[in-house]
Design a protein around this ligand. Structure first.
Ligand code: SF4
Length: 343
């Protein structure tokens, strides 16, 4: 069923809007400086919604501090203590994520009343690991997720508040897909897609890609988070890769690179980090090849608009497989930029 639109700060999701990429701060929520630094890094890689855990009142202060500086909507993630949700809303939260499995109904009512007054959307974040008690032992797991979502919908229906987004996350690919597929057949709420405890790299990326690709291909999902035991910027990059592979988003920079081998000169990973920085300065979509040697580099990456291959003493810059320049390692970024600016 097509979802309806929900506004989160200055961003609209649902109803056919572009699928938004989100991630979460992983810094100490009491450390304003490091949290702001990570927020800026997330913004620089294109993260469109940033969530922050609010475990206590001091974290609300960091949230308020970030809210005054953020260029993207900020979401407060609340567990157990409803008073923290109220304080986060007063601090300017653009959305509140709650888990009905760990907040009693009286607390939920207080959160809902203030959300209604301020017209702040709520994400009802259901996870198989923390479902309300009565749904915990239901098998299959996806059924427990749906029953818990419907239990919440029964509770909220007298309030007639539809400024809601749902997520139904399991750690397994099958349960996650099944829960979202079935829920979206019955309800038109916007959906936040993701797996819970997806894992580290590569497990988390592989599982998330299979689940999210399957759902997005069916037209299900309005915002995504690839949860990884990894820096949040990687979550954002993985999210965009999934959306790009489906043709749902197109970023300016597409990097292709070789796997490296015994012919690789110096660090290709560090060169890739340098090339990634070019995206903010690019005007249009380009494929840039980043290769480890000149023997096979230009030939293997002939489809690229522009490329760089490491050599024994530096690097070569090539265009559609043709070498155009030899540079030192320190000159690579400038040389690529110069070529990009010519187009
Ligand atoms: S491009 Fe060169 S360094 Fe990279 S995998 Fe091929 S042969 Fe190895």
């Amino acid at each position: 069923m097509a979802s309806f639109k929900v506004k989160i700060g200055n961003l609209t999701i649902g109803g056919g809007e572009q699928i938004a990429v989100q991630s979460m701060l992983k810094t100490d929520p009491h450390n304003k400086a490091s949290s702001l630094k990570q927020l800026r890094r997330l913004e620089s890689v294109g993260c469109e919604l940033v969530r922050m855990a609010i475990p206590d009142e001091r974290a609300v202060e960091t949230f308020r501090y970030l809210k005054g500086r953020a260029n993207v909507p900020l979401i407060a993630d609340i567990h157990f203590d409803p008073s923290l949700a109220l304080k986060a809303m007063e601090a300017g939260a653009d959305k509140i994520r709650i888990n009905p499995g760990n907040i009693p109904k009286a607390g939920l009512k207080k959160i809902l009343e203030l959300a209604m007054e301020k017209n702040i959307p709520l994400r009802i974040g259901l996870n198989t690991g923390s479902l309300p008690k009565k749904f915990r032992h239901i098998s299959p797991l996806w059924e427990g997720l749906i029953l818990a979502a419907e239990d919440f919908l029964d509770w909220i229906s007298p309030y007639n508040y539809r400024n809601l987004i749902f997520s139904l996350k399991a750690s397994s690919i099958e349960d996650t897909i099944e829960a979202y597929l079935r829920f979206s057949k019955k309800y038109d709420f916007p959906l936040h897609l993701g797996l819970t405890e997806a894992g580290p790299i590569p497990e988390g990326i592989v599982k998330s890609t299979i689940a999210l690709y399957t759902l997005l291909k069916e037209g299900i999902g309005d915002t995504i988070r690839v949860s990884l035991t990894a820096p949040p910027e990687v979550e954002v990059q993985a999210s965009f890769c999934i959306l790009e592979s489906l043709g749902l988003r197109k970023r300016k920079l597409e990097i292709i690179s070789c796997p490296t081998c015994g012919r690789t000169h110096s660090s290709l990973q560090s060169l890739i980090r340098t090339v990634r920085l070019l995206e903010n300065e690019m005007k249009s979509h380009k494929v840039i090849a980043v290769m480890g040697c000149e023997v096979n580099g230009p030939g293997e990456a002939a489809r690229a608009d522009l490329g760089v291959s490491l050599t024994k003493n530096g690097a070569i810059i090539f265009k559609r497989g043709k070498i155009i320049k030899r540079v030192t390692l320190a000159e690579i970024k400038e040389a690529l930029l110069e070529e990009l600016n010519k187009d």
